[in-house]
Design a protein around this ligand. Structure first.
Ligand code: SF4
Length: 329
């Protein structure tokens, strides 16, 4: 017999509804993310993340380019949310993360989002639901889940985030999220401010990742190799070591465990504002790639994936065309 997702228990006990109501109330003086900007999103104000009352769903697709344990043979059911609480100058998804006017056309109600979640399960038949940049919409996503469960929604849920997360919000996701997929982007607050316009990124992201690990632990996969539960930490190598790769990987090994699953991404390519910023205006080179491989070796970190150097084009999305952002005809 297949185990039911833990969120079904929360639904049946009434706990999920309690959490939805508590989260929705917070939209009236928004503190859903660490920006805590206080926008009254219930009355139509827009927050620093550019999100309002409705949820911007920019694209829904079977994503075949995620980590093998997520994409498997059927794809990971990616729901790309519009807007973002960071302002990364090199964002690969800038077409949807940094275009608030364009995202207004993608706004839907939580009921409509619930339908899209069921579409991922019943029509696309993906292995999981992959919430991409969900942070600013946690209350609406939880409402959608509450509506989708009685219609049979049962997929494992992946929370795919930049890790700039509010602890009290993450705690409401305990038992709801099966797989956390945070990106640990920097090990310097100064660089985080320069490149992503965010204060205190490093301690905030590290605390968030510790909470995620507490909730779901190490990655568990089924007999088919598909992820069931656990933490996968992504780290995007930036040129000129702007991501502080060694310090971040050492932190993971020391404060969590060398057994933690990591996904090292070498796909960086200058986009958005990075094209005009010399330290960021090139891809990473073979020496930078090799250096990170060596750090993993020294730390004894063996679980996870490392993208090959030169794999940039495969991972480059285009959200301006109709259809699948990663599969162009
Ligand atoms: S989620 Fe958006 S509106 Fe809410 S605190 Fe963060 S930036 Fe402000």
């Amino acid at each position: 017999m297949v185990d039911l997702p833990r969120y079904v228990e929360l639904y049946e006990s009434g706990e999920l509804q309690r959490r939805v109501l508590a989260l929705e109330e917070r939209l009236g003086n928004c503190d859903v993310c660490p920006r805590r900007c206080g926008a009254n999103r219930l009355e139509g104000e827009i927050g620093l993340c550019n999100a309002g009352k409705l949820v911007a769903v920019s694209s829904v697709c079977a994503h075949r380019g995620e980590e093998p344990a997520l994409s498997g043979t059927k794809g990971s059911g990616a729901v790309f949310f519009g807007n973002c609480n960071l302002r990364c100058v090199y964002c690969q998804n800038y077409q949807i993360s940094q275009d608030p006017a364009g995202q207004r056309h993608h706004e839907v109600t939580p009921s409509r989002l619930a339908n899209r979640m069921l579409h991922v399960q019943n029509d696309l038949r993906c292995h999981n639901l992959n919430l991409v940049s969900p942070t600013q919409y946690v209350p609406q996503i939880m409402r959608a889940l509450l509506e989708a469960i009685p219609h049979g929604f049962r997929l494992p849920i992946v929370y795919n985030t930049n890790a700039y997360e509010e602890l009290s919000t993450l705690q409401e996701l305990d038992g709801v999220i099966d797989i956390y997929l945070p990106d640990l982007k920097y090990s310097s607050n100064t660089i985080a401010m320069q490149l992503s316009d965010v204060a205190h990124y490093v301690p905030t992201a590290r605390s968030a990742i510790k909470e995620m690990y507490r909730q779901v632990g190490d990655l568990q996969v089924g007999e088919d190799g598909i992820a069931l539960k656990g933490l996968i930490i992504r780290h995007l190598i930036l040129p000129n070591d702007l991501a502080g790769s060694e310090e971040s990987l050492k932190w993971i090994a020391r404060e969590l465990s060398p057994q933690v699953t990591v996904s090292i991404m070498s796909q960086y390519i200058p986009r958005h504002k990075a094209l005009g910023m010399p330290p960021l205006a090139r891809s990473i080179n073979a020496a930078e790639h090799r250096r990170v491989v060596n750090i993993l070796d020294v730390l004894g970190m063996e679980n996870g994936w490392m993208q090959e150097a030169g794999s940039q084009e495969f991972y480059l999305p285009d959200f301006t065309a109709d259809g699948h952002p990663f599969e162009r005809g």
